[in-house]
Design a protein around this ligand. Structure first.
Ligand code: ADP
Ligand code: MG
Length: 483
């Protein structure tokens, strides 16, 4: 047993989610990503004296949706605080956030890991605003500031220290990403920084009842790097403890190039943020009627839909998970089941042909060229044995994409791939094969029964996919019996 096996890694996350509202948290500036630097900045974003923030109610609505989806309890009265610090990309000198009384309390995220399901408890979710961006890699002599992002609405999810591995963190983040996209509150795009997380990490001997001292790795915006950072840092802490040292409570930076963490600041120089209630913003007071209207508009959640697909449509867990990854795909699937009446065959077509086509061509399912009634017809041709599954996937489906206004049957007929269970047609094919291999027929009659597969294969090949397998095999057996 290695020393590392004696320890357990303990992780708590602070996940920042950038909301896909039109305007900023406290003013009407556009929040769109990618605008020319400093063009989406009013006097409020710039923090000019005398300006007043005004709450974007969409941010509240989105926070409630997320909180309800994660079983949080809602603070019907919640408040904004100022978190004071000086930094060039924070022109006001403070960030508006929720400290004392956040909008959502508690809640949980259920994740499916390779060791089975786990429940990760949440501490709370609060609303806040983002800072601007400092850019250090364009000008060799100066740092540049882009304040377009300043004031963008964020939700911060703070988990309890319930996560135990890099894998669990990765599944947790993917689950949150799927949920925020599903709810339509964020695009969840980590590369563009719409989702970032701070990773709090400590280690302790397995079976210990108290937590170890933790370090915090700031601003991870790639799951690959987060996994690397966690693995590196937990090993670093174990090595330190094993050699008689102590883990210092500190803030760390992860360097993706070297794959290592290094201190940003120690606990002794941690900021005193002097949180206090923001006098410019009144408390957010929600009434039950409003909360109920949000509840009523909540969509079925992905994990509930996944369960429904498993129970009602008898899909396996992996297929159900794939189909519920995105809401648009899940909706499309439900419609295809409705139109075709065939849940399993619809799932197969969606997973094996339609989804790969969408990702290859980078299009949304709403832009898939073939209308649903034609797809339903294709499913019916497969299910009735009129077209073999492989021919349907390899020839008919691509031809339907090339001619989306043509029904599946017309295309299959043109391609001459309709399977036949017509006795004359099959008999001709079978006789041809049996006549070609008299020795093999003799061997079969003498007991080499596994030659049946060879006869069958040859007949099917000669039919160019047109022989109905069931009818062919029945007739072939009959013929061999009679010989
Ligand atoms: P602070 O307010 O100082 O940032 P919190 O107690 O609010 O500290 O915790 C912040 C995050 O750190 C939470 O996600 C929490 O789960 C996590 N955390 C707290 N203690 C530990 C620990 N010993 N090991 C790992 N994570 C921890
Ligand atoms: Mg914190």
């Amino acid at each position: 047993m290695s020393i590392y096996d004696k320890y357990e890694t303990v992780i708590g996350l602070e996940v920042h989610i950038q909301l896909s509202t039109k305007s900023k948290a406290f003013c009407s500036d556009d929040i769109r990503y990618g605008g020319a630097p400093n063009t989406q900045v009013s006097t409020i974003s710039l923090g000019h004296p005398g300006t007043l923030p005004r709450l974007n109610t969409r941010q509240v609505e989105y926070a409630l949706k997320l909180g309800l989806a994660l079983d949080c309890s809602i603070n019907l009265r919640n408040t904004f605080d100022r978190k004071n610090y000086f930094y060039a990309d924070l022109p006001k000198g403070y960030q508006i956030t929720q400290d004392a009384r956040p909008i959502c309390m508690g809640g949980e995220v259920n994740i499916e890991t390779s060791n089975g399901p786990r429940t990760i408890r949440l501490h709370h979710i609060h609303m806040e605003e983002d800072a601007g961006k400092s850019i250090h890699d364009i000008d060799p002599k100066a740092s540049l500031i882009d304040l377009n992002r300043a004031g963008t609405p964020l939700l911060e999810i703070v988990s309890e220290p319930d996560l135990r591995s890099a894998e669990e963190v990765s599944v947790f983040m993917n689950t949150i990403r799927q949920l925020v996209r599903w709810l339509g509150i964020s695009d969840g795009n980590m590369e563009e920084g719409s989702m970032r997380c701070d990773v709090n990490i400590s280690v302790r001997l397995k079976g210990a009842t108290t937590f170890g001292e933790r370090a915090e790795i700031k601003n991870m915006n790639s799951m690959r790097f987060a996994r690397k950072a966690i693995e590196f840092e937990s090993k670093r802490q174990i090595d330190l403890l094993e050699s008689g040292g102590k883990v210092a409570q500190q803030t760390l930076n992860f360097d993706p190039v070297s794959g290592t963490t290094s201190p940003l600041r120690k606990k002794e120089d941690a900021h005193d943020y002097r949180y206090f209630p923001d006098p410019d913003l009144p408390p957010v007071v929600l009434d039950e009627t409003y909360l109920n209207s949000i509840k009523a508009a909540m969509p079925t959640l992905p994990w509930h839909l996944r369960q429904t697909f498993i129970e009602k449509y008898e899909l396996n867990v992996a297929d159900a998970a794939l189909i519920t990854e995105e809401q648009s795909i899940a909706n499309y699937y439900q419609n295809l089941v409705k139109v075709s009446g065939k849940a399993k065959a619809a799932a197969n077509l969606l997973i094996n042909k339609i989804r790969p086509y969408l990702s290859e061509h980078q299009i949304a399912v709403s832009d898939f060229p073939v209308p649903m009634n034609h797809l339903a017809e294709l499913i019916e041709l497969i299910e009735n044995g009129k077209v073999s599954n492989s021919i349907a996937y390899q020839s008919v489906f691509p031809a339907m994409i090339d001619a989306p206004d043509q029904p599946a049957l017309a295309i299959a007929t043109q391609l001459n791939v309709i399977q036949s269970s017509d006795d004359d047609f099959l008999e001709g094919l079978i006789d041809e094969v049996l006549n070609k291999y008299p020795d093999k027929v003799k061997a079969y009659k003498n007991g080499k029964k596994n030659l049946l597969g060879m006869f069958m294969g040859e007949v099917m090949r000669n039919s160019k996919g047109k022989a109905d397998p069931k009818a062919t095999s029945d007739l072939l057996m009959k013929k061999l019996q009679e010989m």
